[in-house]
Every structure is written in C-alpha cells, then in structure tokens.
Write a protein that binds this ligand. Structure first.
Ligand code: PLP
Length: 458
C-alpha cells in the first residue's frame, strides 16, 4: 500500500493495519488518523501537542472527563485483588453484587434485577432476548417483532443495528433483519403539520404506532425500543405527552417498553435517567457509557421483576438462562462503575449538569439570535443540539450535498473544538464535569466556527 506518511510513523502503521469504525476508507488513507495522546478534564491533546475541548465527551461517554484519579485507583485496586472473574454458574465477585443492587435502587426498578454485559449493543440485544422469553413464558411465543423508530441509534451488532433507524447502519449489510420495524420519530421542528399543535402531533404519532401494530398483528409484536432523547439521530427531545401516548398503545397490545438509556443515563439530560426527563415508564433499561464514564467497557440491563420471573419460570425444569458474555460483571468494570456512581452522587452531578446545561444553552441561544443559519437550539441538560438551516423563516434545510454540518465539524476541529454533526445538526454532549470556563470555551469556539461557516456559505 502506498500513502504519503513517513515510513514507520504511527500514521503509516495505522493506515496500513487498522480498520476504523465509522470512517471513510479513502479519506482516511489520504489524510491519516488524528492521534489523540492524552486528556485532562474536558480537554484532549493530539500527538502534535494541539489541545481541543471535547464537547462530545468522546462518544457521549467520558462523563468524568478524560482522566480521573479515583477511577484509575479503583481499577488499580481491583486489578491487584482479582483481575478477572465471571458471573456464570452461580459465581460472582463482590462488586457485581453491589453494583446490581445499586442499579436496581437508582433506576427505581423495585424488586427487579440487573444483568451485566460489556457494550451498549449487547445490553440492547439482551433486552430483545428477554422480551422474547417474557412473551414465550406467557404463552405468546409469536410475539417476536421489535418496533424501533426512524432516526434511532441502538448499536452495531446485528439486532442492535437492525433496530437503528439510520440508513448508514444498514446499507452495507442488508439490514434490518426481518422482524425489526421502524415507526415515525417524534421531531417537532420538522414533523408537525401546518396548523397542528403538539397534542395533535403526539396523538398522530401514537395512532401511527397503533396502525403499525394492527397491520403486523398485535400477536407478533414483542417490544418497542426508544432512547428517551435521540442522541445520534439529531438530539431530539420528544414533545410533551409523547411517551404517555405511546405507552397507552403499548399497554393496549401487551408490548414491552425497552428504554435505551445508553447516552441519556447517569445525569446526561439533567436527571439521573432520561426516562425521568421525558416521563417514560419502561419494563427494561439498557445502561452503558456513563455507567463507568467509559473507563471500562461495561453495560447493564435493569429489568422489572416480571421479566426476571419469566426467565426463572422458563428454566424451572433445571435449565439455565442461555445467555452470557465472558466479561459480564467483570470485576474491574464493576469497580470502576461503582466509583463513577459514587462520584456522581457525592458531587451531585445532576444539579451540576442542570446549571452547566442552562449556561451552555443560553450561550447557544444568544448565538442563534444573531446567526442567519441557526434554525433551532434544543436538548436537555448537557445534551444539546443546534440545527442549521438555509432559511430560518421557512426552516428550509441545506441541500445534503453541501455537507454543511460536516464543514462545521472540520472548522471547529481546526479551532480546537470537538463537536459532532448529525446531518446539519451540531451535537454537544460534553463531559458532565465541565465548569463555567469550559462552557465559555465551547460556546466561544462554536461561535467563531459558525461565523467562519457562514462566511464560507455566503
Ligand atoms: N444506544 C445508543 C443510544 C448509543 O448512542 C450507542 C452508542 O453510541 C449504543 C446504543 C451502542 O453502544 P455500544 O457502542 O457500546 O455498543
């Protein structure tokens, strides 16, 4: 392979040997990797010594910033004591027990149980399998289909990718698998019809879901999966009453509600869990990312007692729950997660997120007022989005081929700001520990980059 990088450099070796996630191969081979060498607080440093404020916490995940002495010490202590054990065959480490107890308590899933996995995708797939067991045990084995929503992101394994409502997750692989359906996303800025108010919009979305269930046959539908607030789908907060209306339909047709809290959990939206922010009442919740501030790959499913009862009942003749990952309940991941949660509690992270989120949002709204291309600022807590439009009055979007959002990302990166465009919506999901000075840095760098983009477009 020939490319322009110095022989034996990290760039040369990376381009030669490494296939990257969510990366265009041609652009990568032409430009090489951006090598991130270190981090502190919300800041990262690349291999040239340039500093960036990472307003995406990596991938919506490094909630406690990019280094943390307490998390490092918790991991080191556990490595000294027991570097691995598993949770198969009735075994457990002490930490997994403590974390399961803590998660059941924090999520308010009274009488329920927690199950551990290592990634968000695995947690979501575990919820699907549990939904199948639940219906089977109740004499409804044909209830197998899962309804997700357009714009959703639920992960990269085969069923999780099938639940994504984003074309780029499907096109190479012939997905979604049969049995994974998508209903319309709530998207008030673009989805409401002329003259329709929020209540009518919500009702229409509920009716559409109901029509889909009736079309497919209620006896074929196992579950409905949703992020409380869309993350990768464009930081979209559902309109008031949306989940109450959806839940009416789910209850009517005996469909389980699966809550993907992988981004929204652990304070991100200004409550412990996104379900509180949007009034969602799930049967199961998938947790990852903020659970350990992503310092260790660990995820969890927390379920209502009825779901566990189904697993128990299915295996009452001596079988074992036929599911498990080598690293489920990994002692180091569990130790890191317990420490992360202790930090969130001691620092009252939820209040901090509300305050910092308000400040950042105020700054974005001020920028929006003077920018001809900001259509909407939206979000909750420290999960904020700015949608760029060609015409503010008519909400006319830019032609996709202009790659306006991607151009913003490139300009921002050159200005030392990591943001993340989703189409022409700019996403901000910084570490939860940002302070006022960090808010200023993010907002200032965003404003400078936006002005440069406006010039570029004019
Ligand atoms: N669910 C949501 C909402 C996500 O944003 C992600 C990842 O970004 C996932 C699931 C998948 O998590 P993982 O990449 O750990 O499998």
């Amino acid at each position: 392979m020939t490319h322009p990088f110095k022989s034996n450099s990290v760039a040369h070796r990376d381009v030669t040997f490494h296939l990257h996630s969510q990366t265009n191969p041609d652009a990568f081979e032409a430009r090489g990797p951006q090598i991130i060498s270190s981090g502190k607080g919300a800041w990262i440093k690349d291999s040239n010594g340039k500093e960036y404020i990472d307003a995406m916490a990596g991938l919506w995940c490094a909630s406690l910033g990019f280094t943390n002495d307490r998390l490092a010490a918790a991991a080191a202590r556990q490595y000294d004591k027991l570097g691995f054990y598993h949770t198969f065959f009735q075994r457990t480490g002490e930490g997994a027990t403590a974390l399961a107890e803590k998660l059941v308590e924090l999520t308010g899933m009274e009488g329920g149980k927690a199950y551990f996995a290592t990634s968000g995708s695995e947690a979501n797939e575990t919820m699907v399998k549990l939904a199948w067991v639940y219906h089977t045990v109740r004499g409804k084995p044909t209830k197998r289909k899962i309804i997700a929503r357009n714009r959703a992101f639920h992960g990269s394994t085969i069923a999780a990718a099938s639940m994504c409502g984003l074309e780029f997750m499907h096109r190479e692989f012939g997905l979604p698998l049969p049995g994974f359906l998508h209903t319309e996303a709530p998207y008030p800025y673009r989805g409401m019809l002329e003259g329709e108010d929020e209540a009518a919009y919500v009702d229409r979305l509920g009716s559409e879901l109901e029509r889909m269930i009736l079309r497919e046959g209620p006896d074929t539908i196992a579950g409905f999966i949703a992020e409380p607030i869309f993350a990768g789908g464009g930081i979209i907060v559902p309109p008031a009453g949306y989940f109450a209306r959806i839940q009416e339909v789910l209850d009517k047709y005996d469909v389980l509600c699966l809550d993907d809290e992988i981004v929204c959990g652990f304070g991100r939206t200004g409550n412990w869990f996104g379900k509180e922010t949007v009034n969602l009442k799930p049967d199961m919740m998938a947790l990852a990312k903020g659970l350990s501030s992503s310092y260790f790959p660990i995820s969890a499913v927390v379920m209502k007692p009825e779901i566990y009862d189904a697993v128990r009942s299915f295996n009452k003749n001596g079988g074992s729950f036929g599911h498990g990952f080598t690293n489920s309940g990994h002692p180091v991941g569990v130790a890191v997660a317990l420490e992360a949660i202790a930090i969130y509690e001691e620092s009252n992270i939820v209040d901090h997120v509300r305050r910092m989120g308000r400040l950042l949002r105020d700054r974005f709204e001020a920028i929006a007022e003077t920018s001809p291309i900001v259509g909407e600022v939206r979000g909750s807590g420290l999960m904020l989005g700015i949608e760029l439009v060609a015409d503010k009055a008519t909400r006319q979007p830019f032609a996709p081929a202009r790659l306006v959002g991607a151009t913003f990302d490139r300009i921002a990166y050159s200005n030392g700001l990591v943001a993340r465009c989703m189409g022409d919506t700019l996403g901000f999901s910084p570490p939860l520990i940002i302070d006022e000075a960090d808010v200023d840095e993010i907002a200032n760098r965003c404003e400078v980059s936006l002005r440069a983009l406006e010039k570029d477009l004019s």
